[in-house]
Design a binder for this molecule. Structure first.
Ligand code: ZN
Length: 115
């Protein structure tokens, strides 16, 4: 669980890559797509924090199981920044990361319901 919340900067460590893959699988993506997207994610994210992208999967899961949860609530739970209290910027970044994630999933023909 900790690797979801406090991942090191970069690159993805093997266990984080695994978590990422498991999250993708949980969202219904095929194993083949997970593998290719994992490769893509590691290339694309080189040199910048992948933390938001990783927590976006958890955030999407929370939104799916409970759509009434606010982004601020989710940011409080998941935001990887080191600020003492999370603000609107955190929730907005998280919301944007989930939008990116959903676009990414859609591109790979994985339909996400309920969000
Ligand atoms: Zn934050």
């Amino acid at each position: 669980m900790c690797s979801w919340i406090y991942p090191p900067r970069e690159p993805l460590a093997p266990n984080e890559a695994l978590n990422f893959a498991l999250g993708m699988r949980a969202l219904g993506m095929s194993e083949e797509h997970v593998k290719s997207s994992l490769k893509l994610a590691q290339v694309k994210e080189r040199g910048r924090p992948a933390a938001m992208r990783q927590v976006s999967i958890r955030a999407l899961e929370i939104k799916q199981s409970d759509p009434l949860k606010s982004w601020m609530y989710i940011a409080t739970k998941l935001c990887p920044c080191e600020k003492e209290s999370h603000d609107v910027g955190c929730s907005e970044k998280l919301r944007q990361a989930v939008i990116d994630l959903k676009a990414f999933l859609k591109k790979h023909n994985t339909t996400v319901h309920g969000v």
